[in-house]
Write a protein that binds this ligand. Structure first.
Ligand code: F6P
Length: 355
C-alpha cells in the first residue's frame, strides 16, 4: 500500500505528532506500507517533490513543533487557475497516478480541506486531518494546535498583566485569528482580560473606553484588552468587503491593535501600549493535550486508510473521534457564537466585548 502524506497551510505545533500517530499505526498494522511525504504542502504534490519516508523519520518527533515535511500556502481560489500554462489540479493528479498512490492524507486547515475535497471530487482517495491553531474548522469541536496556541497566548497575556499593573497602563494585546476569535476568547478568559475584541462581535470604541473608565472608578488603574487580529469596529463592519479591504490596505501593514489604541486615546487619559504576539503562537512544542489528541487523530486517519474509507475528514465531536464527509466541512467556518455560552458567561463575569 502506498500512502501520500502532506502538511498544508500555516503550520502549528502538532503536525509532527499527528503524522507520527498515523505513520506508526500504519507501519505496525499494514504489511508492505510505504509512505510518500510530499514537501511543502500541495506544491510537493504538484511538482513531484517528495521523499520516501522511513519509520525512523517519525521517531523522536512527538514533542517537536513545525512539520518535518515543510508547508506552504496554496490558496484554494487559485487551485483551478492555470498559471503560465501550468494546470495545478492535473499536475497533482498526475503525480498521484505516477506514484501509484492508494490514497493521500492531508493535514490542513480550512483552505487545505477545500483543496482536499476538490481532489476527492476529482477521483483521488483523500483523507484530511483538521489542523489549525484557529479551531475554526466546521464539523469538529477541536483542531490540533489550538490548545498549544491558547497556552502561548495565555502566558503572554499573563506576562503583560504584571507590567501593565506596575505602570498603570492600558495594554492592547493582539492575538491571532483573522476571521474567527476562538484563541482570543479562550486566552482572554484564561488570563483574566478585562476587554475581549473579536471579529464576530464588532466593537464600539466608546463602550471599550467605558469599560476601562469603570475599572478606574473601581480603583483598578490598569486594563488588559485581548484583541483578535480580525477585530473590527461597528462602523467598519457596516462597510462592503471592498471598502473594508481598502481601509485595511491604507493601514500600511499596521495591525488592528494600533488602530484600537489610536481610537481609544481619544477617550481615556491612561498611557496605552500595544503588544502583538504573532507567529510565536504557532511555534514551539505541542502541549500535552495536543500530543494526546493529535496522536488519536493520526490513529483515526490510519484506521480510515486501512478501511479504504475515503473522502473523509477526521473530527472530534463530544469527546469522540470519528469522521465526516469532506464536503460537509469544506467551505464552512466555525465562528465564535456571540450569543453562545462562552461569551454570555464572560459577560456575566464582567468582561466587556465592546458591544
Ligand atoms: O491560520 C492560522 C494563522 O496563524 C491565523 O491565525 C493567522 O491569521 C494566519 O495563520 C497567519 O498567516 P501567515 O502565516 O500566512 O502569516
Amino acid at each position: 500500500m502506498r500512502v501520500g502524506l502532506l502538511t498544508s497551510g500555516g503550520d502549528c505545533q502538532a503536525l509532527n505528532v499527528t503524522m507520527r500517530g498515523l505513520a506508526k499505526t500504519l507501519y505496525r498494522n499494514v504489511e508492505d506500507v510505504e509512505i510518500i511525504g510530499f514537501l511543502h504542502g500541495y506544491k510537493g504534490l504538484m511538482y513531484g517533490d517528495y521523499q520516501k519516508m522511513k519509520p525512523k523519520d517519525f521517531s523522536g518527533i512527538i514533542n517537536v513543533g513545525g512539520t518535518i515535511l515543510g508547508t506552504s500556502r496554496c490558496p484554494f481560489k487559485k487551485m483551478r487557475v492555470i498559471e503560465d500554462g501550468f494546470d495545478k489540479v492535473a499536475a497533482m493528479k498526475k503525480t498521484y497516478q505516477d506514484l501509484k498512490l492508494d490514497c493521500l492524507v492531508v493535514l490542513g486547515g480550512n483552505g487545505s480541506i477545500k483543496s482536499a475535497n476538490l481532489l476527492s471530487e476529482e477521483g483521488l482517495n483523500v483523507i484530511a486531518l483538521p489542523k489549525t491553531i484557529d479551531n475554526d474548522t466546521w464539523g469538529t469541536d477541536y483542531t490540533f494546535g489550538y490548545q498549544s496556541a491558547i497556552n502561548i497566548a495565555t502566558n503572554y497575556l499573563d506576562q503583560i498583566h504584571t507590567t501593565a499593573a506596575s505602570h498603570n497602563r492600558v495594554f492592547i494585546i493582539e492575538v491571532m485569528g483573522h476571521k474567527v476569535g476562538h484563541i482570543c476568547l479562550s486566552a482572554g478568559i484564561a488570563s483574566g482580560a478585562d476587554v475581549i475584541l473579536l471579529p464576530e462581535i464588532p466593537y464600539d470604541i466608546k463602550k471599550v473606553s467605558k469599560a476601562i473608565k469603570q475599572r478606574e472608578k473601581d480603583g483598578k488603574k490598569f486594563s488588559i484588552i485581548a484583541c483578535a487580529e480580525g477585530a473590527i469596529s461597528k462602523e467598519d463592519a457596516r462597510l462592503t468587503k471592498k471598502e473594508y479591504k481598502a481601509i485595511v490596505q491604507a493601514r500600511n501593514g499596521r495591525s488592528v491593535a494600533y488602530e484600537v489604541a489610536e481610537e481609544l486615546a481619544q477617550y481615556i487619559d491612561s498611557e496605552i501600549r500595544v503588544s502583538c504576539i504573532g507567529h510565536a503562537q504557532r511555534g514551539g512544542q505541542p502541549c500535552p493535550y495536543d500530543r494526546q489528541i493529535s496522536t488519536r487523530f493520526g490513529i483515526e486517519g490510519a484506521r480510515l486508510v486501512m478501511a479504504n474509507d475515503y473522502g473523509k475528514l477526521v473530527v472530534l465531536k463530544n469527546n469522540e473521534i470519528s469522521a465526516i464527509p469532506l464536503n460537509e466541512s469544506a467551505g464552512k467556518l466555525k465562528f465564535v457564537d456571540p450569543n453562545g455560552p462562552e461569551v454570555t458567561d464572560a459577560k456575566l463575569l464582567g468582561i466587556s466585548f465592546g458591544n
